[in-house]
Design a protein around this ligand. Structure first.
Ligand code: URA
Length: 217
C-alpha cells in the first residue's frame, strides 16, 4: 500500500492528471498460460502424454471445477472431463441449470499419468503452479474439488473425502467445496450407495450454486 502511495505521489509530482492502470484480460492471460503449459517439460508426464490438457471454459467463471488429471480420452483429445466421468460431470452441470461454457474445468496435473495412476508428489509440485495461476486469472466465486486427490493436492492436506465433504473450505480467500469425483460414483456397484453418493453430490452442488449466486430448487 505504501508503495502504491509512493507511486501515485511520484506521478502527481510529475504533473500527471490521469493514470492508465493496466486492466487484466483473463482471456489473454489464459491464452498466455496455455502457451506455457503446451511447452511444459517440468516433469516426466510430458514424455508419455499424447496431448496436454490445460483446462477449458469461461474465463470469468462463477464456478471452477478441479479434477485430478486427464484420463485416456482427455489425453487423446486435449480436453478435460470428456470421457465417462466427464459425461457424468456434464449431467451434474446441466442439473445445476448451467452449461459447460458457463464454468471452467481444470485439473491438478495437465498431462495424463500413465495407466491413470495418481500423480506423484514431484509431478504435482511441478504442475500446481499452473493451477494456482489459473485460479488467480479466473477469480472464480467458488472452487469445486472433485475427489480427494484434487482437494489434498490443492490444499496440501490429507482429508478423507467421506469425512470432509459437506464442509466448506477455502483456497486463497475463495470458498472451496469438496465433493466426490464422478469416477468414484461410476465405480460403485451397489444401487443404494450410488443413489446416496449422487444425492450427496447434489447437496454439495446446491451449496456451490448458493455461493456462486445462482440457487436452484
Ligand atoms: N478425471 C479427472 O480427474 N480429470 C479429467 O479431466 C478426466 C477424468
Amino acid at each position: 500500500m505504501n508503495d502504491l502511495r509512493e507511486i501515485l505521489k511520484f506521478y502527481g509530482e510529475m504533473g500527471a492528471e490521469f493514470l492508465h492502470l493496466p486492466v487484466s484480460d483473463p482471456r489473454a492471460d489464459l491464452a498466455e498460460l496455455n502457451r506455457e503449459i503446451l511447452q511444459c517439460r517440468r516433469c516426466r508426464l510430458h514424455e508419455s502424454k499424447t496431448h496436454y490438457v490445460p483446462g477449458e471454459g469461461n474465463p470469468r467463471p462463477g464456478i471452477l471445477f478441479v479434477g485430478e488429471g486427464p484420463g485416456e480420452t482427455e489425453d487423446q483429445f486435449g480436453r478435460p472431463f470428456i470421457g465417462r466421468a466427464g459425461q457424468l460431470l456434464d449431467k451434474i452441470i446441466q442439473k445445476m441449470g448451467l452449461e459447460r461454457q458457463d464454468v471452467f474445468i481444470g485439473n491438478v496435473v495437465k498431462c495424463r499419468p500413465p495407466n491413470n495412476r495418481e500423480p506423484l508428489k514431484d509431478e504435482v509440485d511441478a504442475c500446481l503452479p499452473f493451477l494456482r495461476r489459473q485460479i488467480a486469472v479466473l477469480r472464480p466465486r467458488v472452487i469445486v474439488c472433485l475427489g480427494k486427490v484434487a482437494l489434498n493436492n490443492l490444499l496440501g492436506t490429507a482429508y478423507s473425502m467421506g469425512r470432509i465433504r459437506g464442509q466448506q473450505l477455502e483456497f486463497a480467500g475463495i470458498p472451496l467445496v469438496p465433493t466426490y469425483h464422478p469416477a468414484f460414483i461410476l465405480h460403485k456397484r451397489d444401487q443404494e450407495e450410488i443413489s446416496k453418493a449422487k444425492w450427496e453430490v447434489w447437496e454439495d452442488m446446491q451449496k456451490v450454486l448458493a455461493l456462486a449466486g445462482r440457487e436452484r430448487h
